[in-house]
Structures are given as structure tokens and as C-alpha cells.
Design a protein. Structure first.
Length: 203
């Protein structure tokens, strides 16, 4: 038995020692409603997202994914779609966008490579995981843009991969700013539209 890297009230999961988890081990995990991910051989678990989390995700899909797909830029996916790439085997990002030039990485139920864009929505239990562990892993995997949506501050932080394969300092967007991504030229949305009107803002 092991304990998970993200604290949880769920029973311990049977499997290898932390640092030794593989995709084959991940395939054997129970379908219990939790999201399990492996980064550098370490198993992580996140809980079922809140209503507010799901609201924000739906606004991202409406504001960016639908226009991006309609204009032929590529295709959007969201959890539980998995990404398998360097150091991540797999992860299930909240949202990702794969451009038309990357279509070859979509096969056999997963994305085998780095999407052009990944967005994660923070919750109280996953803040450090998304801001630190996943950010470093996505940079190593070669994800060109990584967006972090912070429902608490109603803000977005956007990291862009540089020539050294690292993310530079985040660009911050607050409620009054307009958000856009390099892989979706000409498509933008005010940040406040990701949060406004949610029927339940409990985190």
C-alpha cells in the first residue's frame, strides 16, 4: 500500500513505490471518480472538481475552444483525456488544445506528445501541484503555453516556453484584461467572462 502525494481521505492505492509508477500501473487503477496522474514516476490524485471549476472550464471551452475549432486551428480536449509525454505518463489536464499541425499526436485514446496549450484551474487542494509540479513537468514535455486559472483571485497566469525549454515569468491577467493564446490567433475573451454569472462559486 502507498500513500498518495496529494493528501486524500480515500483509501491508500495498491501499487509500486512512489517514483516507480508507470502507465501500465496507471491502467490498473480503479475507476472511482478520482483523477490519477503520474509525473516522474510519482502517483498523484486530485478530487472531483467543484461546480465553479466546471463552470470556468465551460467558459474556456465556449470562449476559446469552439471558435478555435470553428476556424480550423485544431481541436480541444478536457479531462479525463490523457497526455503522455516526457515525464508525464499520463496527466489529465483540465483543458488542452492540439493544433492541426499536431494531429499526429492524437491516437489510441490519448495525446502522445505536447499540446500547444494546456490550462489548469486551481482548487484549494491542488494549488501547489498545478503551480509547481505540473508547471515544471509541462515545460519538460515541451508545452508551448501553460495557463493557470485562479478562481480565488479571478485571475489568469500564462507561461510561455522559451528557447531554453523553460517557462519565463508569468504574464498576469486580471478581470479587466483580455486573454489570448498564441495558438488561437485572433481569438480572445475578457478574463471576467470566465467567472461572471456562475451559479455556485464555492471552491
Amino acid at each position: 500500500m502507498i500513500t498518495l502525494a496529494i493528501p486524500t481521505d480515500s483509501p491508500a492505492v495498491v501499487g509500486p513505490l512512489q517514483g516507480q509508477w508507470t502507465y501500465a500501473d496507471w491502467e490498473k487503477l480503479p475507476d472511482d471518480g478520482n483523477r490519477y496522474e503520474i509525473i516522474d514516476g510519482v502517483l498523484y490524485m486530485t478530487r472531483t472538481p467543484s461546480n465553479f471549476h466546471q463552470w470556468i472550464l465551460s467558459r474556456i471551452y465556449r470562449g476559446f475552444a469552439i471558435p478555435g475549432e470553428d476556424q480550423g486551428f485544431g481541436f480541444a480536449f478536457f479531462a479525463p483525456s490523457g497526455v503522455i509525454a516526457e515525464s508525464v505518463t499520463p496527466v489529465e489536464p483540465d483543458f488542452m488544445f492540439v493544433t492541426m499541425a499536431q494531429m499526429g499526436i492524437i491516437r489510441n485514446k490519448h495525446v502522445y506528445g505536447a499540446p500547444a496549450l494546456i490550462i489548469e484551474i486551481l482548487s484549494p487542494s491542488n494549488r501547489d501541484y498545478d503551480e509547481d509540479v505540473k508547471r515544471a513537468a509541462y515545460a519538460r514535455a515541451g508545452v508551448a503555453e501553460y495557463g493557470v486559472v485562479d478562481p480565488t483571485s479571478r485571475a489568469v497566469r500564462l507561461y510561455t516556453l522559451n528557447a531554453d525549454g523553460q517557462y519565463g515569468a508569468a504574464r498576469g491577467f486580471t478581470a479587466g484584461d483580455v486573454l489570448a493564446f498564441a495558438c488561437l490567433p485572433g481569438i480572445s475573451a475578457p478574463v471576467h467572462t470566465l467567472f461572471d454569472g456562475a451559479p455556485d462559486t464555492t471552491l
